[in-house]
Ligand binder design. Structure first.
Ligand SMILES: [Zn+2]
Length: 65
C-alpha cells in the first residue's frame, strides 16, 4: 500500500464529508496533530496525524503546484 503524502496547504478530501455538505479541506497546520479547515464553512478541526492519514481519502490539490 502506498503511503499517503500530504503537506501544508494541500486541499484534501476526507472519507466523511463535513456536516455542512462540503468535502474539501485545507491543511492549515502540520505537526503531531494536523489542523484542517472546511472550505465550505471555515470550521477547523484538529486530528492526530495517524488518524488523519486513515480518515483522509485523497489529495485534491497540491500546494506546491
Ligand atoms: Zn463545513
Amino acid at each position: 500500500m502506498v503511503e499517503k503524502e500530504f503537506e501544508l496547504h494541500d486541499v484534501v478530501q476526507m472519507k466523511k464529508p463535513h456536516p455542512c455538505g462540503e468535502n474539501r479541506w485545507k491543511i492549515i497546520r502540520m505537526g503531531m496533530d494536523i489542523r484542517i479547515k472546511c472550505m465550505g464553512c471555515d470550521h477547523s478541526v484538529m486530528i492526530p496525524r495517524k488518524d488523519f492519514a486513515k480518515k483522509m481519502k485523497k489529495v485534491l490539490e497540491k500546494a506546491s503546484n
